[in-house]
Design a protein around this ligand. Structure first.
Ligand SMILES: [Fe+2]
Ligand SMILES: [Fe+2]
Length: 295
């Protein structure tokens, strides 16, 4: 087994803990069709994202676990915690998606798009799957940061749905370095130039597909709401790129991925996690198991 001593060579904080918070949201609730502030556009954006999570996150887990033998003990513990978090995220987003279906949406077409994208990846080198996961984990981490830092995005959401998205965001920030550190371990024999080239090309491809497919997914859900035509498209694009503009807001953080020396933990945004943990009442449920403790 190849073992890399990574924890002293990457910017991942030495005192980072990755804690799966095994929570359930909105069980037995009837979620409103336009659960996000009564706004069809904002609801469509978040529902389109959620539709991709169960299968997408299963792919993330598989592609990182493929390289767990390259990890040292610390990173191996993080991979385990990351896996646990993602599996619970999939479970909760499946339940959330079921509530969207009960509210009248048909997510089949959106899920098929994910299947088709994953099918295209079959047979290619596993390290490219890891690079795709790393790119998408950067996406989820910067979107998570924006969701927690800017209350505008979830303004008007019902309590259970807002909690679900914030809880997911917290854990995405917490494990944002795991795929990246796994990549550094898996490609440690590569030159810096080769690493940069591969991760950058994959990020550009992933971004093109992410923006294209999430926009198309949201448009499909709006069509199911009876909203079609150029006005609908323009309003959706404004919601994504104008105001509240989640895509625009994460633009500069996205660009940093291409900087030499980039690492997800170059920005330590754990104060957003502490903010969430401080507001959550753990007396409601047994305390979450702490999977990884300080190094
Ligand atoms: Fe997740
Ligand atoms: Fe993740």
């Amino acid at each position: 087994m190849v073992v890399a001593s990574l924890h002293r060579r990457t910017p991942t904080p030495a005192d980072l803990t990755i804690t799966p918070r095994d929570r359930r949201f909105g069980r037995g609730d009837k979620t409103a069709r336009w659960w996000l502030g009564g706004n069809a556009y904002q609801t469509a954006i978040f529902n389109a994202l959620s539709a991709t999570f169960p299968k997408g996150e299963a792919f993330f887990v598989e592609s990182v676990r493929e390289f767990r033998n390259c990890a040292d003990e610390v990173l191996a513990g993080e991979i385990k915690a990351f896996t646990t978090q993602e599996v619970i995220h999939s479970r909760e987003h499946t339940a959330f998606n079921n509530r969207a279906s009960e509210a009248g949406y048909d997510l089949t077409e959106l899920e098929q798009t994910v299947d088709e994208s994953l099918k295209l990846l079959e047979g290619r080198p596993k390290v490219l799957d890891l690079a795709s996961t790393m790119a998408l984990e950067h996406f989820t981490a910067i979107i998570a940061h924006e969701l927690l830092a800017n209350p505008k995005h979830l303004a008007g959401a019902d309590g259970a749905s807002a909690d679900l998205w914030r809880w997911h965001a917290v854990e995405e920030i917490e494990h944002k370095g795991v795929a990246y550190d796994t990549w550094l371990a898996a490609t440690k024999e590569w030159t810096r130039g080769k690493r940069w080239k591969v991760k950058s090309i994959i990020m550009l491809l992933v971004t093109r597909n992410f923006v294209k497919h999430r926009t198309a997914g949201a448009l499909e859900l709006l069509r199911q709401d009876g909203l079609t035509g150029w006005r609908t498209k323009a309003r959706l694009l404004w919601a994504l790129w104008g105001s509240p503009g989640i895509f625009r807001k994460v633009g500069s953080a996205w660009l940093k991925y291409f900087l030499p020396g980039f690492h997800p933990w170059n920005e330590d945004d754990r104060e957003l996690i502490r903010g969430w943990d401080a507001t959550y009442d753990y007396r409601q449920e047994p305390p979450a198991k702490r999977v990884r403790t300080a190094v």
